[in-house]
Design a protein around this ligand. Structure first.
Ligand code: AMP
Ligand code: MG
Length: 523
C-alpha cells in the first residue's frame, strides 16, 4: 500500500517545526506544528471505509482490507519516511479569544498527491498531543460515526467539506460525561481518518498575530498562498488582500450551502473555520427538521444560541473580521480590509436570495422575490414544518393549481391539526397565491421546474435521529446501519423508492432524546 501512496509532505517540511519533540502539553511558540506519534491502540478494528476516498488517494478497495491499512489509519504504524504532526492554532471560542488551542486530538499523518489533488490525511482521536490541554486526545464511537457519515454526506450534497477515509474502533475504552452532569461512563473509542486539501484554519493565523509574531505569520500566509491559492501570485500586500477576499468568498459559498440544506454547524469558533472554505470539525452539528431560524443543536450554546441556524452567515462575517485583524500586520490597510467585509454583507444578501430562489425553482429575478422569501420563512415558523420535506414536496406543485399547495406540502407539518388553524391556513393560502402568480410568468414548465428544484432540495439528509440509530446499533456491535446510511446519502437528490422510510419526519421519541436534538461538545 505504502508504495502506491504518492506522499508529498509540504506542511511539515516547509514550515517551522516546534524544536521540542516531547509529547508534553505546552505553549508552542514560533512554530506551525509539533511532531507527535499516534498512540498504539489495544485492538483496532476497521468498521467502514469510503471507497471514493480510497480511490481519491490512489488506493483500491482491496488495499483497504490489508493489515497495513488498518495499522496506518488507526495510528499503530507510521508510514516510512513520514513524520506525523499536530498543528498549532488558536481561536475565538463563543466570541472570546481563547489563546492556543491546536490539534488536541488530531494527528496529521502525511500529505498525498493524486490526480493533481493534495490530500492531507489526519487521524482524529489517535491520542494526546502537545495541544491536548486537559483532555485525553481520544474520540468516542458516537462522535466518530457522526463525523464520518456527515462529512461524506455533505460532499454528496455538493457542500464544500473535509472528507472521511475510514472509521475504526480503537479497541480502547474512553471515559466521557456526555451531558456534563457528573455521570461519566466508559464508551468505545474510535478513530476517523479525515482528509482535506489542507486543514489550515482561521485560528492558525490568529495564534501568531496574537503573539505579535509577524515573521511566522508571514511564513504561514505565504505558504498557504503558494500551495492553496497559487493563482493569486507572488506575496505582496495586494496578494494578501486578494487572499482575504477569496477566503471571504469561499466561506460565503460554504455557509450559503449550509443554509440551503439546513445544516447547523453548532461550534463556529474561528478554530473551526477552514481557510479553504470547507466545512470542518463535525461536533455537535445538527440538521433542521422543523424549520426554525433560532435552532441550535449545541446544548453548550443553549443560553445565547450564538451559533443558531439563522445567524450562521453573520457569524462567518464575525469570524472573517477576526481573520482580517490577524492578517492586518501584513497588509496594514484597514480600509481595504473593511471594504472586503462590507462587500461580504452585500454579497451575502444576494447569495442568500439567489439560493432561496433556486429552492423555489424561480429563474426570473424580481424585486418582489425577497418579500416572497421573507414571508415564506415567517410562515414556515408559524408551526413546526419539516424543512426537507417541505421543499421536496413543493416541487410537485402545478402552476395552474396553486390552490392545492397546502395539500401538497401537508406531509411536512409535525402536527397535522395545525393545518386547520385558520390563521395558519390563511397565511399559507395567501403565500401560495403569490407563489403561484410568480410561477405563471416563469419560463420553466412544471416538469422542468421540479427537476431543477430537486437538484437543490435534497430528499435525504442525515437527520439527527438517523445518525443516533446507527450509533445505538453500533454501541451494541451492529454496524450495518452505518453502511446503509452511507449508501443512502451518496445520492441525496435521487428518488430512492426502496429508502422512502428515510424521507420522514423525525419520530416523536427523538424530539428530546440526547444525541438527536441535544448534543454537547463531549466527543
Ligand atoms: P472543538 O471546539 O471541539 O473543535 O475543540 C476545541 C479544542 O479542543 C481543539 O483544540 C481540540 O483539539 C481540543 N479538543 C477537543 N476534544 C479533545 C480531546 N478529547 N482531547 C484533546 N483535545 C481536545
Ligand atoms: Mg475544532
Amino acid at each position: 500500500m505504502k508504495s502506491k501512496l504518492n506522499i508529498k509532505d509540504k506542511f511539515n517540511k516547509e514550515l517551522p517545526a516546534d524544536p521540542n519533540t516531547a509529547n508534553t502539553r505546552r505553549q508552542v511558540k514560533e512554530a506551525c506544528y509539533s511532531f507527535v506519534t499516534p498512540k498504539q491502540t489495544e485492538k483496532p478494528e476497521m468498521l467502514h471505509v469510503s471507497p471514493e476516498m480510497i480511490n481519491n488517494i490512489g488506493l483500491t478497495s482491496e488495499d483497504a482490507t490489508s493489515k497495513e491499512f488498518l495499522n496506518t489509519f488507526t495510528g499503530n504504524a507510521v508510514l516510512p519516511n513520514t513524520n506525523p504532526y499536530a498543528m498549532c492554532y488558536g481561536g475565538h471560542q463563543f466570541g472570546n479569544w481563547a489563546g492556543q488551542l491546536g490539534d488536541g486530538r488530531a494527528i496529521n499523518l502525511c500529505e498525498v498527491e493524486h490526480n493533481d489533488k493534495n490530500w492531507a490525511l489526519q487521524l482524529k482521536g489517535a491520542g494526546e498531543t502537545p495541544y491536548s490541554r486537559t483532555a485525553d486526545g481520544l474520540a468516542v464511537l458516537r462522535s466518530s460515526i457522526r463525523e464520518y457519515l456527515c462529512s461524506e454526506a455533505m460532499h454528496h450534497l455538493g457542500v464544500p467539506t473535509t472528507r472521511a477515509l475510514s472509521l475504526a474502533l480503537s479497541g480502547d475504552k474512553v471515559l466521557r460525561d456526555v451531558m456534563y452532569d457528573g455521570n461519566p461512563d466508559f464508551e468505545k473509542g474510535a478513530i476517523v481518518c479525515r482528509t482535506a486539501e489542507s486543514f489550515i484554519r482561521f485560528g492558525n493565523f490568529e495564534i501568531f498575530a496574537s503573539r505579535g509574531d509577524t515573521k511566522t505569520l508571514k511564513t504561514l500566509v505565504d505558504y498557504t498562498i503558494k500551495h492553496h491559492f497559487s493563482h493569486l501570485g507572488k506575496p505582496s500586500k495586494e496578494t494578501y488582500l486578494a487572499f482575504f477576499k477569496e477566503v471571504a468568498n469561499r466561506s460565503l459559498e460554504m455557509v450559503t450551502h449550509w443554509q440551503r440544506v439546513g445544516f447547523v454547524h453548532g461550534v463556529m469558533n474561528t478554530d473551526n473555520l477552514s481557510i479553504l472554505g470547507l466545512t470542518i470539525d463535525y461536533g455537535p452539528y445538527g440538521w433542521l427538521e422543523g424549520y426554525d431560524h433560532d435552532w441550535t443543536p449545541n446544548t453548550t450554546d443553549k443560553q445565547f444560541k450564538r451559533y443558531r441556524y439563522g445567524t450562521q452567515p453573520q457569524i462567518v462575517l464575525w469570524n472573517l473580521l477576526q481573520l482580517a485583524n490577524a492578517l492586518f500586520p501584513l497588509i496594514e490597510n484597514a480600509d481595504a480590509l473593511e471594504k472586503i467585509l462590507h462587500q461580504y454583507r452585500e454579497d451575502e444578501s444576494i447569495a442568500y436570495t439567489n439560493m432561496m430562489r433556486s429552492k423555489l425553482g424561480l429563474k426570473n429575478k424580481a424585486e418582489s422575490d425577497e418579500e416572497l422569501i421573507k414571508d415564506l420563512e415567517r410562515i414556515l415558523q408559524l408551526t413546526e414544518t419539516d424543512m426537507t420535506i417541505f421543499f421536496r414536496k413543493l416541487a410537485d406543485l402545478k402552476k395552474l393549481e396553486y390552490n392545492k399547495g397546502l395539500d401538497i406540502i401537508a406531509q411536512s407539518f409535525y402536527e397535522p391539526y395545525d393545518l386547520k388553524d385558520p390563521v395558519v391556513k390563511e397565511n399559507w393560502e395567501k403565500w401560495f397565491k403569490a407563489y403561484g402568480e410568480k410561477l405563471l410568468v416563469e419560463p420553466l414548465n412544471d416538469e422542468n421546474r421540479k427537476i431543477e428544484m430537486n437538484k437543490v432540495n435534497p430528499k435525504y439528509v442525515l437527520r439527527n435521529y438517523m445518525a443516533q440509530l446507527a450509533i445505538d446499533d453500533a454501541d451494541s456491535g451492529d454496524y450495518k446501519l452505518i453502511d446503509e446510511l452511507f449508501q443512502l446519502l451518496k445520492k441525496p437528490y435521487d428518488e430512492q423508492p426502496e429508502n422512502e422510510k428515510w424521507f420522514a419526519k423525525r419520530p416523536e421519541w427523538a424530539r428530546s432524546k440526547v444525541g438527536c436534538s441535544m448534543l454537547s461538545c463531549s466527543s
